[in-house]
Design a protein around this ligand. Structure first.
Ligand code: FE
Length: 150
């Protein structure tokens, strides 16, 4: 995990050199988040995750997705029909590998998350196909942990 320093106060963006990212991410996380890699389907830790909670960027800890919008896409990657907010992510055209796709990256640190496809369920019709390695899940503790006021 990467500590939240090197944050640009004026933009709120997480700014680090590639050397800094490489030193605080695992090699797998670095390959996906910083080099736009893709984990093999059905190998990540969250494609079959059904607990209630929030999904944060594994690099900068920004809140990205909620279990409320997660669905079983049967693709082998965690899939969501929307991010927590439009600004949480960035989208960009990706013409690599001979395909026309829309890349999804973290709005705060620019880390690669996955792609978005127009074949998702209602209400958005979108499928945000995200690498588990790019995410850090925190289970909701509202029921079990009310004393801490969370
Ligand atoms: Fe991030």
């Amino acid at each position: 995990m990467c500590a939240e320093k090197n944050e640009d106060k004026s933009t709120g963006k997480a700014v680090k050199s590639e050397e800094q990212w490489a030193s605080c991410l695992t090699p797998k996380q670095y390959e996906i988040l910083r080099r736009k890699g893709t984990e093999l389907p059905f190998t990540g830790k969250y494609y079959n995750e059904h607990r209630v909670g929030k999904y944060y960027c594994a690099a900068c800890h920004a809140l990205l997705f909620s279990s409320d919008s997660k669905f079983d896409s049967h693709t082998g990657w965690p899939s969501f029909f929307k991010p927590v907010s439009a600004g949480a992510i960035k989208e960009a055209h990706d013409r690599s590998l001979g395909m026309e796709r829309i890349e999804v990256s973290c709005g705060k640190c620019g880390g690669h998350l996955g792609h978005v496809f127009p074949d998702g369920p209602k209400p958005t019709g979108l499928r945000y196909c995200i690498n588990s390695e790019s995410l850090d899940f925190k289970e909701s503790v509202e029921k079990a942990d009310t004393k801490k006021g969370k």
